[in-house]
Design a protein around this ligand. Structure first.
Ligand code: ARG
Length: 463
């Protein structure tokens, strides 16, 4: 039997059961019970302070709300589908416990400002958790960058081998990307951390409430000034999901690299058995499923972003029930981003890079062709011409099944008289990275600087 709704007065008939089932959001918004009760307690205390409730009414309501929280947490009170939403469920339980006084909780409040409050509180703590997970992943990356400092790998453009770089340089690139993700979340928090409570349905209330007091109690940085804005917008959720989508995009790119690097074809890295899976038919298989799932789950975030953007598009002000549909993308985004950051850090801890193999791959290729061309430039040949000459040498090597390492000076001189003995050092992969001079380059000194910077920055970071 459905419980009574919060609004039955003007209706001759109760809500049809199938209409309730269709419109109830409790299966999702029950996750907001703690925020909802925390918000109600702050509201009740403010009503007491403003003499809208007597202090004994305030205390009775507050105690009962705390008890309901315990009842939910111990399973004594279950938030089931017979309620319209988490707010109705808690208010009805309150009335069961304290009688008609329970009906005073909603003085100067609407579910419209209440849900906006719950969501802001929920996302504020989610931002904190996700930020911590980002920092954790950054620390794992830094640990690996430190551990493999000095190891060279082929860098790629177009997924074609391009130039040698330090593996640490590559790993550090992700630390920088994650840093921007971290900053975006902190920025999002600034705009989100304002209290909408007191907007009531949307027009405000005739009771002499103190919105700032509620905001202070709940550690908001202020109130959402305009009461219509306070209940109408969900831009803070969209901003949050958009920030998480970028984080997932970064994770997905790294996941893709792990998938490639752990193939036999690349053999750059190995993920330990505990973080890989087998095949039900092919006994030899070892699959990088965790990385693949991170890559795959990125779609959920993009889906959530488009979901809520589309829901909000063209909604007239102020509240519309459509907005209840914001829960699914919001929870989905939080849960998936959290899960993926968490597992990815573990996968990375348990990934070993194949130093020797990477070295060998660099030796048997032409990754220092740019260095050869640059060498000719330092000897007076215009870069375009030097590029052409080097290209011809690569072509010669391919035709003769050779690598740069097999060339002798006599052969090189046939391509340009400017070649001297020094070229053989220039085309060593190790020298290639050492000769880089620009800030932020793969030169080991530059990479070391970045490691030092991140060790300091992440070492003292508290989220
Ligand atoms: N469950 C609703 C939601 O999430 C709460 C607000 C309901 N307001 C209303 N006027 N029906 O949007």
């Amino acid at each position: 039997m459905p419980h009574q709704t919060l609004w039955s007065g003007r209706f001759k008939e109760p809500l049809a059961e199938i209409a309730l089932n269709f419109s109830s959001s409790i299966d999702l918004d029950k996750l907001l019970y703690a925020e909802d009760i925390g918000g109600s307690i702050a509201h009740v205390e403010m009503l007491g302070a403003c003499k809208i409730l007597t202090s004994s009414e305030m205390r009775r309501l507050r105690t009962a709300l705390k008890n309901i929280q315990k009842e939910i947490e111990t399973g004594k009170f279950q938030l089931t589908g017979e309620f319209e939403d988490v707010h109705s469920a808690i208010e009805q339980r309150l009335t069961q416990k304290v009688g008609p006084l329970g009906g005073k909780l909603h003085t100067a409040r609407s579910r419209n400002d209440q849900i906006a409050l719950d969501e802001r509180l929920f996302l504020r703590s989610s931002i904190r958790e996700i930020s911590k997970l980002i920092v954790n992943l950054q620390r794992v990356l830094l640990y690996k960058a430190e551990k493999y400092f000095g190891v060279l790998m082929p860098g790629y453009t177009h997924t074609q081998r391009a130039q040698p770089v330090l593996l640490s340089h590559h790993l550090l690139a992700y630390i920088f990307m994650l840093e921007r993700d971290f900053e975006r979340l902190q920025d999002c928090r600034k705009r989100l951390n304002k209290s909408p409570l007191g907007a009531a349905a949307f027009a405000g209330t005739s009771f002499p409430i103190d919105r700032q007091m509620v905001a202070d109690k709940l550690q908001f940085d202020g109130i959402v000034e305009n009461s219509i804005d306070a209940v109408s917008d969900r831009d803070f959720i969209i901003e949050f999901i958009s920030a998480c989508s970028l984080t997932m995009m970064h994770l997905s790119r790294f996941a893709e690299e792990l998938v490639l690097w752990t193939t036999k074809e690349f053999s750059f890295a190995q993920i330990s058995d505990a973080y890989t899976t087998g095949s039900s038919i092919m006994p030899q298989k070892k699959n990088p499923d965790m990385a693949e799932l991170v890559r795959g789950k990125t779609g959920r975030l993009y889906g959530s972003l488009f979901n809520i953007l589309t829901t909000m598009k063209a909604l007239p002000l102020a509240y519309n029930r459509d907005m209840q549909e914001d829960k699914q993308p919001m929870f989905e985004a939080v849960q998936t981003t959290r899960q993926c950051l968490f597992i990815f850090a573990h996968v990375l801890v348990h990934t070993a890079f194949a130093k020797e193999h990477l070295n060998e791959e660099l030796r048997t290729d032409f990754l220092t062709a740019t260095d050869m061309a640059d060498y000719l430039v330092t000897r007076g040949i215009p870069f375009r011409e030097a590029h052409e000459i080097t290209g011809k040498i690569v072509q010669y090597c391919i035709e003769h099944k050779m690598y740069f390492g097999n060339l002798d000076l006599e052969t090189l001189k046939q391509f340009s008289s400017k070649f001297e003995g020094g070229i053989f050092e220039v085309i060593l992969p190790q020298k290639s990275v050492e000769h880089k001079q620009s800030a932020g380059s793969t030169n080991p000194h530059e990479v070391r600087k970045q490691i030092v910077f991140w060790t300091k920055t992440l070492g003292k970071r508290r989220v």
